[in-house]
Design a protein around this ligand. Structure first.
Ligand SMILES: *Cc1c(COP(=O)(O)O)cnc(C)c1O
Length: 394
């Protein structure tokens, strides 16, 4: 017997968009129950192990008395220093670990709390469409007014800032970006970041840039930080994650760097919500950022081989897409006559290949599906074999 709901959820929960992935997930479960072997290219969840030296550092940290105590709110000094040093080495930009760096329980935590720190009820917040859903929902939770910036293929999946109506920009307080981009795989140039900084200064906007995929790039493509651009320090905060670079998604550790005021306000929100990351995990994070980096090169090689298998196979199957230069996704146009949802269904039911329908990331994602190559090469070979068969109707 179904239980009748006893409580009304809060308005903010009622305002959440419907979870469009629920239907396809239910179909996948039903097929699996029938014994169909599904190849899941739907989840952007790194499948490779965390490098052993990082795991060892966690074990060592557990031997230190006091590891069980409350950690520091903003993150232990060693971790914030390691993050600042990593940024300096990677992008040539310096941050004060005391005031311009904050540790996060994964970058998702930071991105989700940021609007609460920066916007008031009714403030407009510009966000990319399509996007990692938290960009949108976090604005709703902060009672802001989300205003989508469409990311179109013609504009290389960068928002066209010139198309934002001036009256909207005037009323806006925040602009969120995510480059390299999930789900479109778009990448930002320094010129684009320059344009963003100019725009932000003109309209007094705070720039939030999520850089979770900065180290996952191919063909020697250079991924810049927004802070390589003059003036970014006046307006920006950049979110970084150890999840993708070091295969640490389940560890929940990331950080943000940027303007001291912006870091400080985010820290005020965090201080009132949580008490920081388990210290041994922060020590492992120090090891990740400062220890042997050869695993990162190897990781890029592995993803690049996977990408190449997928690119060749999907071309063979007649799909159209831009070759991803970064992230572990491929964002493909759906064949004519299909919607995102119908094509994802088709691939699941006819080939047992699960992908993510693009409309789940926002209105402008309609007409696309996202393939994640977070599975071994054999699985990708098998997936493209199945898609080729589908194509020839065998
Ligand atoms: C995976 C991902 C992250 C990383 O989130 P964590 O909370 O650090 O694990 C952040 N942003 C985007 C867009 C992602 O796809």
């Amino acid at each position: 017997m179904e239980k009748k709901a006893k409580f009304e959820p809060a308005q903010r929960l009622k305002e959440l968009p419907p979870y469009v992935f629920a239907e396809i997930e239910a179909k996948k479960k039903a097929l699996e129950a029938k014994g169909v072997e599904i190849i899941n290219l739907g989840r952007g969840d790194p499948d490779l192990p965390t490098p052993p030296h990082i795991v060892q550092r966690l074990k060592d940290a557990l031997k230190k008395p006091g590891f069980n105590r409350y950690p520091s709110y903003v993150g232990i000094t060693e971790f914030r220093r390691a993050a600042a040093r990593w940024y300096k080495k990677r992008f040539g930009v310096s941050f004060d670990p005391e005031t311009e760096v904050i540790s996060l329980i994964g970058s998702k935590e930071g991105v989700s709390h940021a609007p609460m720190a920066y916007i008031d009820q009714g403030d407009i917040a510009l966000f990319p469409d399509p996007c990692f859903p938290i960009f949108y929902t976090s604005i709703l939770f902060a009672k802001g007014r989300p205003f989508p910036m469409p990311l179109s293929e013609e504009n290389a999946f960068l928002p066209d800032l010139g198309k934002i109506p001036p009256e909207v920009a005037e009323g806006a307080k925040l602009i969120s970006l995510n480059y390299p981009n999930n789900p479109t795989t778009g990448v930002a140039t320094k010129d684009f970041f320059r344009e963003v900084v100019r725009f932000a200064k003109k309209y007094h906007l705070i720039v939030l840039q999520d850089q979770a995929y900065s180290e996952i790039s191919y063909d020697n493509h250079y991924v810049p930080s927004i802070f390589e651009v003059d003036g970014a320090m006046d307006v920006g905060i950049e979110f970084h994650s150890l999840s993708k670079t070091y295969n640490m998604a389940g560890w929940r550790i990331g950080y943000a760097v940027g303007n001291a005021e912006l870091v400080g306000y985010l820290s005020m929100v965090k201080t009132n919500i949580d008490v920081g990351i388990f210290e041994p995990i922060q020590m492992a994070g120090v090891e990740a950022l400062e220890g042997d980096q050869s695993g990162v090169d190897e990781l890029r090689r592995i993803y690049q081989r996977r990408r190449d298998i997928l690119v060749a196979g999907l071309r063979e199957a007649g799909l159209e897409f831009r070759i991803p230069q970064a992230t572990f996704y491929l964002w493909a146009r759906v064949p004519s006559g299909h919607t995102s949802a119908s094509f994802a269904d088709h691939l699941l039911e006819k080939a047992g290949v699960m992908v993510t329908p693009g409309n789940g990331f926002g209105k402008s994602g309609e007409g696309y599906v996202r393939f994640a190559f977070t599975v071994p090469e054999e699985d990708l070979h098998e997936a493209v074999r199945r898609l080729a068969k589908l194509q020839t109707g065998e």
